[in-house]
Design a protein around this ligand. Structure first.
Ligand code: ZN
Length: 679
């Protein structure tokens, strides 16, 4: 999901006000306060003087910076499903499911009727007496618990049939049967599901589509159908079943599977969906298919359905009884979401994705944009172009986009910007510049968490932080002066300075408020990855993330898998970094405490660590003629608990000024004590 920028930018001494909201507040365009952080490697490390005290052993002193032990992860290592090097273990397993779903939208009653089967494969070594089903639609049930306001009186998801291996089960408290609590169904099987076997589940259900509910819903004749079917909860090797309630704020954790869906809508309505359309001749008119073929051939954006081309017999075929059924198939995805409207215009183009694995030639993917006429004032005429650029940039920086299309839909304002496999729904008011930003963010989600399937509820930073970090890379590539990195840093540092920070390793529904969630899940993790680039270089950060992606594509990584991979790829034990930035709210505040001239070109500098976060010290000395010298004080000078350290540094003969981290690579909470002489 996209996190709106706080309205208060922490410049004027105002505390964090309720600026980070999900819905329609205006987004200030990115400012250009400082230039982008230079992508240079850190300077050569210094030898500190005096040397650290010898009285304390290294083991004792670094214990404060070790990662907390995590028993379930240690057990997974013993069982061989995880490793200490960040790769999946030799015994790694993952559950899988095949979905065959049919759904019909009734645009008069605003209801969705669905039926279908799920074949669930138990690849775990455990016998499962109960399977848990996510019924996210129950967020709208009167009795559901919520931490996001919704129109509660709509009711939730109504199950008309629940069957296992063809045997219908009752909603009952005892024995084989099913019980729904909030947004989670416990389905007690007639026979426990043994390891290495599968079971067929069958469901009939219906639900009232929420008007502009969180992350989808209905807005006039436009519907974004997210979380519209019963989905098997994730059972993984570390945490077992993830059956935390969907309360509206914290997001999702979804397993991988294959989907075959049939979606019935009124004729003349366009459908955009996760997956590949299986029956274009049945639903699309000849002219629509001809234009699509032209777009597929590459080149500029093609208007597939223009203003005067909407409706049955023009955009779509004419249907039976006024309806058309659109069939989509998607393989190895976490979810299927679809959007439909009789108001949509449709633009299409291609995006270069580079050479995909198993191929030897550069490939492309299709880009589809569905939007209403009045969305043009929010920049939607450019949305296909923006999406194409973002896909190409991330395909280069990360790895080739694997899906057959990327579809951007204009939806209810509550979408803000929300990601689904191959799809994003963007709602609310934007302009051409901010629409580009939000598209970049959502499209980064096509890698995290769509391909790298982390648990968004427990570890929101694993997908939101990544999306926020890569969003900056896409924006920088197009607008070098945008300083999206600086925006993230200022949002985080502002929270630190006003004592509003909460640690990143916290369950997404357990933050004191949205501001704290937004800082810890978006702005801080993105800022921390930029800071990591100041420790191990940006190219090593990216190399580490690519390796992490390769290892965990289509799988379920835990935080330690990310950290262990980064440790291995960088060749460094960075546990002090993970502990400091992910588990703690330690402040970084490095200061120049004193400077003595040893001779004409050497200074003895006393650096003070006024905060608790240990970080290398990036010193830059400048001469009047513009010459500079650099010195990096290594991080381990702080590991003994020292608060001050003195270092000798060669400076230009015409030395005038000394500064810590002039490019603001690290998120220091107080910049006023980082230069000498002070301004
Ligand atoms: Zn996001």
């Amino acid at each position: 999901m996209h996190q709106r920028r706080p309205l208060t930018r922490f410049r004027s001494g105002l505390a964090l006000l309720g600026g980070l909201s999900w819905a329609a507040c205006s987004t200030a365009p990115a400012s250009s306060v400082a230039g982008p952080v230079p992508r240079s490697a850190p300077a050569a490390p210094a030898t500190p003087t005096p040397p650290p005290k010898a009285a304390q052993t290294r083991a004792e002193s670094t214990r404060a910076y070790a990662l907390p032990t995590w028993a379930p992860f240690d057990t997974a290592i013993v069982r061989g499903t995880r490793t200490r090097t960040g790769e999946p273990g030799p015994a790694y397993w993952q559950q899988r499911a095949e979905y065959h779903l049919e759904a019909e939208l009734n645009q008069v009653s605003k209801r969705l009727n669905g039926r279908g089967t799920i074949t669930y494969h138990n690849n775990s070594p455990d016998t499962l007496p109960t399977i848990y089903i996510q019924a996210y639609g129950n967020l709208f049930a009167p009795e559901a618990k919520r931490n996001t306001p919704v129109l509660a009186t709509l009711g939730g998801i109504i199950f008309t049939k629940v069957a296992v291996e063809g045997r219908a089960l009752d909603s009952s408290a005892l024995g084989a049967g099913w019980t729904v609590t909030g947004t989670v169904m416990a389905l007690r099987l007639p026979k426990p599901l043994l390891p290495g076997t599968s079971v067929e589940l069958e469901f009939g259900w219906n639900l009232r589509i929420p008007p502009d509910g969180p992350r989808g819903g209905q807005d006039r004749e436009t519907y974004v159908l997210s979380y519209w079917y019963p989905q098997v909860a994730v059972y993984d090797d570390v945490n077992g079943w993830q059956i935390d309630q969907y309360l509206g704020n914290a997001e999702f954790y979804m397993g991988y599977g294959d989907y075959d869906v049939a979606l019935t809508v009124p004729e003349g309505w366009l459908v955009g969906s996760t997956g590949t359309l299986q029956n274009p001749e049945e639903v699309l008119s000849d002219s629509t298919r001809a234009r699509l073929a032209r777009a597929h051939a590459g080149g500029s954006v093609v208007s597939i359905v223009p203003d005067n081309g909407r409706g049955a017999g023009k955009a779509t075929q004419k249907g039976k009884d006024g309806k058309l059924t659109w069939r989509f198939k998607a393989e190895n995805v976490r979810d299927v979401t679809w959007a439909t409207s009789n108001l949509y215009l449709w633009d299409a183009t291609t995006a270069a994705v580079g050479v995909r694995e198993g191929s030897s030639v550069p490939d492309t993917t299709m880009i589809y944009s569905f939007y209403r006429t009045d969305a043009r004032r929010s920049g939607w005429g450019e949305s296909a172009t923006y999406a194409s650029r973002a896909i190409t940039i991330f395909s280069k920086v990360l790895w080739p986009y694997p899906y057959p299309h990327m579809t951007v839909v204009d939806g209810p304002s509550s979408c803000g910007g929300m990601e689904y496999p191959m799809m994003t729904c963007i709602g609310g008011d934007w302009n051409e510049r901010t629409l580009l930003d939000v598209e970049a963010h959502e499209i980064a989600h096509m890698w995290f968490p769509m391909q790298v399937g982390s648990d968004e509820k427990r570890y929101a930073w694993m997908d939101e932080g990544m999306a926020q970090y890569f969003q900056s890379i896409a924006i920088d590539a197009q607008f070098p002066d945008a300083d999206d990195v600086g925006e993230n840093r200022r949002n985080y540092v502002g929270a630190v300075r006003y004592g509003k920070e909460t640690e990143m390793m916290r369950y997404g529904d357990k933050y004191p408020d949205y501001n704290a969630y937004g800082i810890a899940s978006y702005f801080k993790p993105a800022t921390v990855l930029v800071a990591l680039g100041g420790v191990i270089s940006d190219s090593t950060v990216l190399r580490g993330i690519r390796e992490y992606g390769k290892r965990w594509n289509g799988r379920h990584p835990m935080p330690n898998d990310f950290w262990n991979t980064m440790n291995e790829v960088s060749g460094q034990d960075l546990d002090w970094f993970w502990r400091t930035w992910y588990y703690e709210t330690w402040k970084l505040d490095q200061a120049i405490d004193g400077v003595v001239r040893a001779n004409s070109d050497t200074l003895v500098i006393t650096v003070e660590n006024k905060g608790r976060a240990p970080m290398p010290v990036l010193l830059v000395a400048r001469g009047a003629s513009g010459d500079t010298t650099n010195l990096t004080v290594p991080v381990d000078v702080w590991f003994q608990g020292e608060k001050k350290v003195a270092v000798r540094m060669a400076v230009p003969q015409d030395f005038t000024r000394l500064e810590i981290d002039p490019t603001q690579r690290f998120p220091d909470a107080d910049r006023s004590n980082q230069s000498w002489p002070q301004r």
